[in-house]
Design a protein around this ligand. Structure first.
Ligand SMILES: [Ca+2]
Ligand SMILES: [Ca+2]
Ligand SMILES: [Ca+2]
Ligand SMILES: [Ca+2]
Length: 783
C-alpha cells in the first residue's frame, strides 16, 4: 500500500527500504553555510537546498524558537517565531482544516521545554492527505524536546565534593542529566546482607538501612534473569541487629507472577543522600526540595547544563479516538529527551515482567501491560518519526500503541533509555489467571484497535534498559500485524535485542505477518539470561506467516541462543541469517514445543560458526552451513556485510550530541552574552572578549581514535580571527571566518586523534576577540 505518498519506496517486499533522505542531521557537518535562513527559505519554495521528504507543496510554515521566540508572535517568520510547541500546536489546529499542502513547523535549535505532556489530538494532524510536519530547522540545529527543568544555583559550601541546589517545591524525578550524560541515582555497590523475604518486605542484617533519611523514598532493585523489579519502602525499622524493611503496597504484593521471582536479596538499594560516594551519583531530597550531586571529571557546576527530568512518562502523546484517529503527523530531526519514570517510588512500584512490561493495579486488577514510553501514539494513522534522537529517557523510548497504523520510525538513534527502545503493539494479560488469557481482545481485535503496518527501519539502538538492564529489549513487537523491522543496528544490550510476540502458547491470535530482516545485532544478553538476539514467543500467523531473514547476529553474553523460538512459536521462518560468536551458547534455541506443536516453524539456509543448537522434534533446521570461527563462506560474509544500517544512515553509529560552549568551563574574561542573531543551539554562545579568554570542553571520545571535532560558530565581521585550539595540551591555530551575518552559523571540522574517555578541548584568544562559539561535537567516534 502507498502509506507515505511516495515518501518511502515500496521496497518492503524485498525487505529493503530505500533511503530518501540523507542523514545530514547526524555527523555530516560540512563547513558550508547551508544552515542560513536564506537557503531554508528557498527550500520552502521547492528548492532542494534542504533534504525534504515530501514533494508536495507547503501550505504554511511556522517557526518555534525556544530562545528568541514569543507566543505573542504570529509564528510566520524566523523573526516572529513562537516560543513553545504547545502554542505551535494550537496555531496549527486553527489552520489545518482544509490543507492545500503540508504545514511545516520549524523548530529552532535549543531546548523546547514541556511544562506538561505535549498531546496531539485528532484536530492536530494533516488533512486532505497532507502532513503536518514538525521539523528541525536546517541540518545543524538540534531542537531538543525536553521534559526537564534546568537546575542552577549550585553550591558546595562545606567543600565535601557533593554539590546542592534547590528545586521547586513538590518536584519529583528519578532522572537527572548533566551535560547530556545521565547521572546515577545514589546507590550501594552491592546487596544488603542476610536478607529474608517476607510478605511485607524483607529483613536484613545490614545496619546502614535503618539510619538513612527519608526511608519512604529508598528503592530496592532486583535485576533478575529476565525481569527487573524496583520497589520502595514504606518504612524501615532497626531493632538490635535486624532491620525490617516494609514495602509499599499493593506493589510488593504484585512482585511475582509467573517465573523469575524474587527469592533473595535485592541487587542493590538506592536513593538516599548518604549513598552518594561515587562521582556521577545524585539524590533528590523530596522533603527538602533539594538536589544533591557529586560531579564527574570536567563538570563545572557553575556552568554545567543540569537537567532534572520532571515530565513523567509519555511527554509526547499522539492520541486520537477509535472514531477519530490522529492522521498524518511527521516529526523530523527532533531530539526527545528528559522524561522520567516515577512509578518505582509509588505504591505500585515497578513489578517488572517479561519485556519489562509492568504488573500493576492501575488497570483495574493486577494486570500486566507494556512499559510506559516517553513518546506514544494511540489511535493514530500515518505518523512518522525520522532522523530522531531518543535519548536520556526514563521509561521506554517510542511506543506505537493501540490503534496505530501505517506509521514508522526511521533513521533515529535510541540511547540511554530506561526501558525498551521501541515498542509496537499492545497487550494486557492476567498473570493470576495463567500466562495466556488476553484481558483485552487478542483474537478478533476490533479493527480500530489493531496495530498494523508499522515500519522500524535504519535505527541505531544502544545502551537501552538503563533502569531495567536485565529485562529491556531493543525492539519489542507484540499482537501486531504487518510490522517490518529492517536495517536496524542494535548493540550493547542487557537482554534480547529484537523480540516478537507475547503469548506462551501457539493459539492463533491477531499477531503475525512480521518481517525481521537485514538487522545487525551485536553484543546482547550482557546482563540477563534466557533470551536471544532475535526472539519470538507464540503464534505469528495472522495476516500470513512471519519471516526472520538476512540478519547478522553476533556476540552473545548469556544463554540461550542467537535465534530463539520460545514457547508456542509457530508460523515463523528463519532463513539466511548469520549467527556467530555465541560464546558457547546455541545458534538456535528451540523451546517452541513447550507451548505447542511448532507448526510452520522453519529454519533454512542459515550460517553459523557453532554447531550447538537446542532443538525439539519435530522441528529440524535444514541447509544449515556451519563454518569455522573467523572463516565465514562468501554467502555468509555477504549477508553479514549487507546487514544493518543503509549507507545514508551509517553516521548514526557514531552520533554524539554536541557540547554547548555555554555549559563548558570558561575563564580569562570570556563571557556568554545572548547572541543577537537566531539559530544557536542550547541557550547561547561564547564571546572570547580579550586576550586570554577561553572555553574548555571535557569531551568523551569513548574508545578514542581518529575522527574530528565539528566546531559551530558565527562571525559577522569581514576580518578573520584566529585563536589557539588546545587538545590535550597540544596547541594549533583555529580561524574563525566571516559567516555573513549574525544568524549565519557554520560548522567546521577539525581532524583529531583523541584518547579513550575524557579529553580536554580548549579555545583561547591570543589577543583579539574570536567568533561566537556555539558548540563542539565529536564526529566519527563510535558510540
Ligand atoms: Ca484542527
Ligand atoms: Ca557539599
Ligand atoms: Ca554510591
Ligand atoms: Ca550553544
Amino acid at each position: 500500500m502507498s502509506r507515505w505518498r511516495g515518501l518511502l519506496a515500496a521496497g518492503a517486499a524485498a525487505g529493503l527500504l530505500v533511503a530518501i533522505v540523507a542523514a545530514a542531521q547526524f555527523g555530516s557537518a560540512t563547513g558550508d553555510a547551508t544552515t542560513t535562513g536564506t537557503v531554508l527559505i528557498a527550500s520552502d519554495a521547492g528548492s532542494t537546498g534542504e533534504q525534504t521528504l515530501s514533494a508536495t507543496a507547503v501550505a504554511a510554515t511556522y517557526y518555534v524558537d525556544p530562545n528568541k521566540g514569543s507566543d505573542a508572535n504570529d509564528g510566520l517568520s524566523v523573526t516572529t517565531a513562537l516560543r513553545t510547541l504547545q502554542k505551535a500546536r494550537q496555531v496549527v489546529d486553527l489552520n489545518n482544516g482544509a490543507m492545500s499542502g503540508d504545514i511545516v513547523v520549524y523548530l529552532r535549535g535549543g531546548r523546547h521545554q514541556l511544562a506538561a505532556p505535549l498531546v496531539f489530538g485528532a484536530g492536530d494532524g494533516g488533512t486532505n492527505g497532507y502532513n503536518v510536519v514538525y521539523r528541525a530547522y536546517g541540518t545543524t540545529e538540534r531542537p531538543v524536546v525536553s521534559g526537564g527543568i534546568a537546575v542552577g544555583g549550585w553550591s558546595d559550601s562545606d567543600g565535601d565534593g557533593v554539590w546542592e541546589a534547590g528545586v521547586p517545591a513538590g518536584t519529583v524525578s528519578r532522572n537527572f542529566i548533566v551535560n547530556g550524560v545521565p547521572a546515577t541515582i545514589a546507590r550501594t555497590a552491592g546487596a544488603p546482607t542476610g536478607v529474608v523475604i517476607t510478605s511485607t518486605g524483607f529483613t536484613t542484617t545490614s545496619t546502614q538501612l535503618g539510619g538513612l533519611a527519608n526511608p519512604a523514598n529508598i528503592e530496592f532493585v532486583w535485576q533478575l534473569a529476565w525481569k527487573t523489579k524496583i520497589f520502595s519502602a514504606s518504612s524501615i525499622a532497626t531493632s538490635g541487629t535486624t532491620t525490617t524493611v516494609t514495602m509499599k503496597q499493593p506493589g510488593w504484593g504484585l512482585r511475582d507472577g509467573g517465573s523469575d521471582t524474587i527469592a533473595g536479596a535485592p541487587s542493590w538499594y538506592q536513593n538516599a543522600k548518604a549513598l552518594i560516594d561515587v562521582a556521577g551519583e545524585w539524590y533528590l531530597d523530596r522533603a527538602a526540595n533539594k538536589l544533591f550531586y557529586k560531579p564527574r571529571t570536567g563538570e563545572d557546576m557553575a556552568r554545567a547544563e543540569a537537567i532534572l527530568a520532571v515530565v513523567d512518562n509519555a511527554m509526547v502523546q499522539v492520541t486520537g479516538t477509535p472514531g477519530a484517529p490522529v492522521n498524518n503527523l511527521r516529526f523530523e530531526g527532533l531530539s526527545f529527551q528528559h522524561s522520567t519514570y516515577d512509578r518505582p517510588q509509588t505504591d505500585q512500584g515497578h513489578a517488572g515482567q517479561q519485556s519489562n512490561a509492568t504488573r500493576s493495579t492501575l488497570l483495574g486488577s493486577d494486570h500486566t501491560a507494556p512499559s510506559d514510553a516517553a513518546v506514544r501514539t494511540r489511535y493514530a494513522n500515518n505518523i512518522v518519526f525520522e532522523n530522531g534522537d531518543f535519548r536520556n529517557l526514563g521509561a521506554s523510548g517510542l511506543w506505537f500503541d493501540r490503534g496505530t497504523k501505517n506509521s514508522a520510525v526511521i533513521g533515529s538513534s535510541f540511547t540511554n533509555i530506561g526501558s525498551n527502545g521501541i515498542q509496537v503493539g499492545e497487550f494486557l494479560r492476567s498473570v493470576t489467571a495463567g500466562n495466556n488469557p488476553c484481558v483485552i481482545p487478542c483474537v478478533d481485535i476490533p479493527t480500530a484497535d489493531e496495530v498494523s503496518a508499522i515500519t522500524v527501519a535504519n535505527n541505531s539502538i544502544t545502551r537501552i534498559g538503563t533502569e531495567a538492564r536485565s529485562a529491556a529489549q531493543g525492539i519489542h513487537a507484540a499482537h501486531t500485524k504487518g510490522v517490518i523491522i529492517t536495517r536496524n543496528d542494535l548493540n550493547d544490550l542487557g537482554y534480547s535485542a529484537i523480540a516478537t510476540g507475547y503469548r506462551w502458547d501457539d493459539v492463533a491470535i491477531d499477531s503475525g505477518s512480521f518481517q525481521v530482516t537485514y538487522n545487525r545485532v551485536r553484543n546482547f544478553m550482557k546482563s540477563g539470561r534466557d533470551g536471544g538476539g532475535i526472539y519470538n514467543l507464540g503464534n505469528q500467523s495472522a495476516g500470513g506467516s512471519s519471516v526472520v531473514s538476512n540478519n547478522y547476529v553476533a556476540g552473545m553474553f548469556g544463554n540461550y541462543g542467537g535465534l530463539y523460538a520460545d514457547q508456542g512459536s509457530s508460523y515463523v521462518a528463519f532463513s539466511n541469517n548469520v549467527v556467530e560468536n555465541m560464546g558457547g551458547r546455541a545458534w538456535f534455541h528451540d523451546n517452541a514445543g513447550a507451548g505447542g506443536a511448532q507448526a510452520g516453524l522453519t529454519a533454512s539456509s542459515n550460517y553459523t560458526d557453532t554447531s550447538k543448537a537446542n532443538l525439539q522434534a519435530p522441528f529440524a533446521p535444514t541447509g544449515t552451513v556451519v563454518y569455522a570461527p573467523g572463516s565465514p563462506p562468501p554467502a555468509a560474509l555477504a549477508i553479514k556485510n549487507a546487514a544493518g544500517l543503509e549507507s545514508a544512515y551509517q553516521a548514526l553509529l557514531s552520533y554524539r550530541p554536541a557540547y554547548q560552549a555555554e555549559f563548558a568551563t570558561i575563564g580569562g574574561g570570556a563571557a556568554l552574552p545572548t547572541p543577537s542573531g537566531h539559530g544557536y543551539n542550547g541557550t547561547g554562545a561564547l564571546d572570547f572578549n580579550a586576550s586570554g579568554g577561553y572555553v574548555e570542553f571535557a569531551v568523551d571520545a569513548g574508545a578514542g581514535g581518529s575522527g574530528s571535532i565539528a566546531v559551530r560558530y558565527m562571525l559577522s565581521v569581514t576580518t578573520s580571527r584566529t585563536v589557539n585550539l588546545t587538545i590535550n595540551g597540544v596547541t594549533q591555530p583555529f580561524t574563525f571566518n566571516n559567516t555573513g551575518g549574525t544568524s549565519n552559523w557554520v560548522v567546521v571540522q577539525v581532524p583529531v586523534t583523541l584518547n579513550a574517555g575524557i579529553n580536554t578541548v580548549r579555545f583561547t584568544s591570543t589577543g583579539q576577540d574570536g567568533g561566537a562559539l556555539d558548540q563542539v561535537q565529536l564526529i566519527g567516534f563510535p558510540v
